[in-house]
Design a protein. Structure first.
Length: 767
């Protein structure tokens, strides 16, 4: 039997440091896909050197245009004279420094040493480029923009604006405004006229209530200003990068100097007038409170506390597969940290770091604004994996943008339910626009005669409304982990639950004349087990989600959920059918549903009771049934994969299958094969694939620590020969820090100390 550890042991200094995981290069890059991420707050930069120029793509969260794409804010090009990055340069070095949150470049030309520091202020949307040289140099900084004229997208490019895919009207990218203002370059895009919101509302028959719906695209304006001390306008230039023509507005230094500083100040607002937006930008650019030296110190302090929250260091030989897992865990967490304070969540399909798509697929010669699966449209099944790992890493504050995404759209989702079904509850679909309505492509521009109003006419996602419950579950877990006040989100959680209860009772009445079955249970039909098992009765992924959310809701204390609201949810919990099982070659396994008509996709909903809902697994009953499900309970071989959103390593970790979890994690979290190690993808998604990294992080966390009830299972699926030092978070405002060396636990610290009694160790650990 496992031993319950009740002591805390002080350890010696650990050799691995965060700086050991910095990513560094000794030569310039071939193109934008070989760039390096840098960011903070809600601003992301791609930084690289190509053909003698420093190049930076500028991105910010929440920049949605009329088509509900997510265009970049432009590209910055910097060239120095003498040029430290030219053909005569030597001693090139570019490094992402994780603890400082910046990218540092160093090079030498002749006798001139040049050092560049690129960083983003975490407290205000300002990107900085600072140059120091051993002798005076001059520079030209060019703001480049490729949205110069109205341009109609072709059919293949419309995937970046998914509601326009197959739409009966053109998808026209409207131009930005770029101009010299004094000694700076100002650039912006302002949404005017018809937008994707109007398109979707009209398609889905919601025009009668359009004025009551929340519209985040109307008058949304985004852009910024490039400026720097000692810079003056130097005209415009034109060129082509990859396959995209651009125009550049140049600023040059008036004189050579040993110190130069550029800043790009960004602003996003839903402003009633352009004048109001311009005034908001001016306030940010010229605020007397801006002090680059002080702001740099505050930014570095933020990153330091970010890294002090948690870590996973795998102390294996540098460059080895196991070491890559630990390094890439840290590096990908940095990518997540660059959108810690966004109004919108980190996009699963590239985050803030997409580049020209032809470098990923030569058949896609589109602008840098392209990303597969859309910009303002979100896919819940993928988004969830970006945010679940933030519980164990202790990044609770970073989860707020994802929670707010659903809370802001709640009214629209409820209006949709009232209009179609007369139900007071929120229907959130799987493929959803940022204003809470289904993506028009999935709702279908060529709906069949049998398609019912409100139902997506899609072989893939019709009736898939249960993925919102994973975000409801995350909200409840922030209370369990961190003691967060979740009362503001209870209307969201309860509305989603009420929709399912009311919709399926009404469906049953239409078919049978009764709202429940003979046992007084809900009949969840028609349903879908993920996108895979279609026309499903009582799908397992839905039942596990409903049980998980209801149980979590009822576990809240009375100051969060008043007692007078508990009875209805207790009754709904009692109405849930049991999860189905089946026999496969003599093995009892969890069934994906009670019944289904076809297998459409490659997910494993039969294991969703294992993850995310922790209803089977280590320390729980019927572990063998769940293990049988992993080994025998699938219907297609390709339901097991490591790319993108596949959860195989997580499943194996939660089932205590150490060898399988380790092998899958080595594949999942190994280097991407591109210059930057965590530029995974495209897989099912895009590059860099953020739900690939998120699911990989979760697998590592679950191998190290699993909270089950009050117990804290330590190293439940960790290989004995992987030395590791980690700090992770657990329920009850608990942190667990441990160090394993040669199979011996050399250090364990549980905070608060009262939780040490709850730690459960595997038999193989030596103490």
């Amino acid at each position: 039997m496992p031993v319950v550890l009740v002591w805390v042991m002080a350890g010696c200094a650990w050799a691995t440091e965060l700086s050991d995981h910095n990513v560094g290069w000794d030569s310039p890059s071939a193109n934008a896909l070989a760039s390096m991420p840098c960011g903070g707050g809600d601003v992301g930069l791609n930084v690289w050197v190509e053909d003698g120029d420093l190049l930076i793509y500028l991105s910010r969260s929440g920049t949605f245009d009329e088509l509900n794409g997510m265009p970049k804010l432009g590209r910055l090009r910097v060239r120095f004279d003498p040029n430290p990055f030219g053909t005569e340069a030597v001693e090139f070095r570019q490094e992402l420094r994780l603890r400082e949150g910046d990218v540092v470049l160093q090079a030498k030309v002749g006798e001139v040493d040049v050092r560049l520091e690129v960083w983003v202020d975490v407290n205000r949307p300002v990107a900085h480029v600072v140059a120091h040289s051993s002798a005076p140099i001059s520079l030209v900084a060019t703001y480049e923009n490729w949205r110069m004229e109205p341009r109609e997208q072709g059919a293949n490019e419309r995937g970046a604006n998914r509601s326009y895919q197959d739409a009966p009207e053109p998808a026209v990218v409207r131009p930005d405004v770029v101009e010299f203002v004094g000694e700076a370059v100002r650039f912006y895009h302002r949404n005017e006229g018809r937008t994707a919101f109007d398109l979707v509302v009209e398609q889905q028959g919601l025009d009668p209530v359009k004025d009551e719906l929340w519209n985040p695209l109307e008058h949304l304006t985004f852009g910024g200003e490039l400026s720097g001390a000692g810079l003056v306008p130097d005209g415009t230039v034109e060129g082509v990068y990859a396959s995209t023509p651009y125009r550049g507005w140049r600023l040059r230094s008036e004189r050579a100097a040993t110190d130069h500083a550029l800043q790009v100040t960004m602003h996003v607002a839903q402003a009633p007038s352009l004048e109001e937006w311009v005034a908001g930008l001016a306030e940010r650019v010229h605020a007397a409170a801006i002090d680059p030296a002080r702001d740099r110190q505050a930014t570095q302090a933020w990153w330091a506390q970010f890294w002090d929250r948690s870590h996973v260091f795998i102390d294996e030989p540098i460059g080895s597969p196991a070491w890559q897992v630990g390094r890439n865990y840290q590096v990908f967490r940095y990518q997540l940290g660059t959108n810690a304070r966004g109004d919108y969540p980190t996009k699963f399909n590239g985050g803030l770091f997409t580049v020209d798509p032809e470098f990923t697929d030569p058949q896609l010669p589109f602008s840098p604004d392209y990303r597969r699966w859309g910009g303002g449209s979100f896919t819940a099944q993928n988004q969830r994996l970006v945010y679940w790992p933030m519980l164990a890493s202790g990044d609770f504050d970073m989860m707020r943008p994802q929670f707010e995404f659903y809370r802001r759209a709640l009214g629209n989702a409820e209006m949709r339910s009232r209009e179609y079904w007369g139900i007071d509850g929120a229907s959130f679909t799987e493929q959803i626009e940022n204003f809470g309505l289904p993506v028009a492509y999935e709702y279908n521009w060529h709906r069949s005669a049998e398609a019912l109003p409100g139902i997506e006419d899609s072989d893939w996602v019709n009736y898939q409304w249960d993925t919102v419950f994973e975000f409801c579950g995350m909200i409840l877990e922030t209370h369990r982990y961190a003691g967060a006040d979740v009362r503001d989100y209870l209307p969201l959680i309860e509305s989603c639950l009420h929709f399912y209860d009311a919709f399926y009772q009404a469906e049953a009445v239409q078919r049978t004349g009764r709202p429940l079955d003979d046992d007084g249970k809900l009949i969840l039909f028609p349903g879908t087990a993920n996108e895979t098992y279609k026309d499903a009765l009582n799908p397992t992924s839905t039942l596990a989600a409903l049980r998980g959310v209801l149980t979590g809701l009822l576990a809240l204390p009375a100051d969060q959920l008043p007692n007078d609201r508990r009875g209805g949810w207790e009754r709904m919990l009692a109405r849930l059918p049991e999860i189905g099982r089946r026999d496969v070659d003599g093995h009892e396994v969890i069934a994906p549903a009670w019944s289904w008509s076809r297998v459409q996709n490659v997910e494993l909903p039969q294991l969703y009771p294992v993850y995310p809902w922790r209803q089977y697994g280590v320390g729980q009953p019927d572990l063998q049934v769940a293990r049988n499900t992993w080994h025998y309970g699938f219907d297609r071989p390709d339901q097991k994969q490591i790319v993108s959103w596949h959860q195989d390593a997580i499943f194996c970790a939660r089932l205590g299958l150490t060898a399988e979890a380790a092998e899958l994690t080595l594949q999942k979290m190994g280097d991407s094969g591109r210059r930057f190690p965590t530029w995974w993808g495209p897989g099912h998604d895009w590059v860099p694939d953020h739900n690939w990294g998120g699911s990989g992080m979760i697998g590592v966390q679950e191998m190290l620590l699993q909270p089950v009830g009050d117990a804290l299972y330590l190293l439940p699926a960790w290989p004995v020969d992987w030395d590791v030092d980690f700090k992770l978070h657990a329920p009850g405002q608990t942190t667990v820090e441990a160090r394993l060396v040669d199979g011996r636990l050399e250090h364990l610290q549980v905070t608060p100390a009262s939780r040490a009694k709850d730690v459960v160790l595997p038999d193989w650990v030596r103490r």
